[in-house]
Design a protein around this ligand. Structure first.
Ligand SMILES: [Zn+2]
Length: 85
């Protein structure tokens, strides 16, 4: 395999991983509290976005200061709209 072909292959795999990760960590979902479709993220991704710990995100969920939804497979997604407030 030539060097150019290896680079193309590497780029394609990196992009695929990125798309998969972004799909896994974020999704556009209807938020009942906001009454509109918003961007939602996993607890881990929300913590990274806000620059706080995952525990802080969990505490904010308990304090009802964050909107969230639970998917059918049991994953919790945080409303990024409420996170920015
Ligand atoms: Zn919301």
């Amino acid at each position: 395999m030539t060097k150019a072909k290896r680079i193309v292959k590497f780029t394609a795999e990196t992009e695929r991983t990125f798309i998969f990760r972004s799909r896994a960590d974020r999704l556009s979902e209807w938020c009942a509290e906001c009454s509109k479709a918003v961007e939602m993220a996993t607890v881990e991704e929300a913590a990274r976005t806000a620059g706080v710990s995952e525990l802080t995100i969990c505490r904010r969920i308990e304090a009802c200061s964050l909107h969230f939804t639970e998917t059918s497979d049991g994953r919790v997604f945080i409303c990024l709209n409420s996170l920015r407030k």
